[in-house]
Design a protein around this ligand. Structure first.
Ligand code: 5GP
Ligand code: MN
Length: 312
């Protein structure tokens, strides 16, 4: 059921033991929004815990209180009266779903979130879930400590490509401004987020070597095979290197994460790539979306290129 922000805040006010989670393959908005919410809810006297069912990229481990995040273990249960799912629909939270049967409160900004198994507050215009969590904090009268602000700013910055993408609105910058007043050091976050390991930079070089162009150079794609992909754990930012090609509308990156398991990232300047991802079992936003294809890399590329061809 779709609810309002005030109703979402009321659900939180009424709960005492809150399990907070977000999607697998967590990004800055997933980690930023869950950690910020954790700190806020604890400051309000709630018993709260974050569980994420995946490893977290090293850059994001620099966020305050990162060590509080737990990964569910097999058969584990968590005593909660609310399951708060941020930045995704409930189908992408992995085994966190098995930790509790508590009612779901889902807060998200993805157009592809069609969750109908609980209360959903979705704001498509919000640049990041962190932007919504900021508004929730105001509804809840929760204090925004420098640590909370740092987490929220990270989600805003990473989901907007550091305030460059089309989802950057006046309101986004107004929230960022408030967060800086609350103690954020923007340069600290930028420096943490841009760090790459040597293996990652070498992986980027290999990815760039695989560049192929399709459909009169309107589509650019890169692939990373398993042998290369297993030498590093993040491809964050790789796709942006080819999105910039002047003729390109859609850029894609396919990473073979395990044999017959391909992760697809897409970026666009016009075409709605969330529709393409949706057709292939994934989702996302108009200009940034992704999916997982359980097949060999060459087959995944054929299917993806055909699906993009239909859309452009
Ligand atoms: P990225 O390319 O950075 O992994 O993802 C871009 C956007 O698409 C993000 O907003 C992300 O949440 C969304 N996305 C990526 N992969 C999936 C997927 O498999 N399912 C859904 N629903 N969304 C995805
Ligand atoms: Mn997000």
């Amino acid at each position: 059921m779709l609810i309002t922000l005030t109703e979402a805040a009321n659900r939180i006010k009424a709960a005492n033991k809150i399990l907070i989670t977000s999607h697998v393959q967590p990004d800055g908005d997933a980690i930023g929004s869950t950690l910020a919410t954790l700190l806020m809810l604890r400051a309000l006297g709630k018993h709260a815990q974050v569980f994420i069912d995946d490893s977290v990229r090293k850059n994001l481990q620099a966020l305050p209180h990162f060590e509080e995040i737990r990964r569910p273990v097999d058969g584990e249960k968590f005593d909660a009266d609310l399951l708060l799912i941020l930045d995704t629909s409930p189908d992408r939270i992995g085994n966190v779903r098995k930790l509790t049967d508590a009612p779901v409160l889902n807060v998200d900004h993805h157009v592809t979130n069609k969750n109908d198994s609980g209360d959903l507050y979705v704001e498509h215009e919000a640049a990041a879930t962190c932007e919504i969590v900021y508004k929730l904090a105001r509804e809840l009268d929760a204090p925004i400590s420098p640590d909370v602000a740092t987490c929220l700013y990270t989600g805003l910055a990473t989901d907007t490509g550091f305030f460059q993408f089309s989802n950057t609105r006046a309101e986004t910058l107004a929230v960022a401004s408030e967060l800086i007043k609350c103690g954020v050091k923007p340069n600290f976050i930028s420096e943490q987020m841009e760090k790459k390991s040597l293996a990652e930079v070498k992986g980027l070089a290999a990815a760039l070597n695989s560049l192929e162009m399709f459909y009169d150079d309107k589509v650019a794609g890169m692939t990373i095979d398993y042998a290369t992909a297993k030498t590093f754990d993040s491809t964050e930012g790789f796709i942006d290197e080819i999105r910039v090609i002047d003729t390109v509308d859609v850029a894609f990156l396919i990473t073979e994460r395990a044999p017959n398991l391909c992760r697809v990232s897409m970026r666009s300047k016009g075409v709605d790539v969330s529709q393409i991802a949706n057709k292939l079992g994934g989702g996302g936003h108009i200009r940034a979306a992704g999916c997982t294809l359980k097949m060999p890399l060459t087959e995944a590329e054929k299917i993806l290129v055909a699906a993009i061809g239909e859309a452009i």
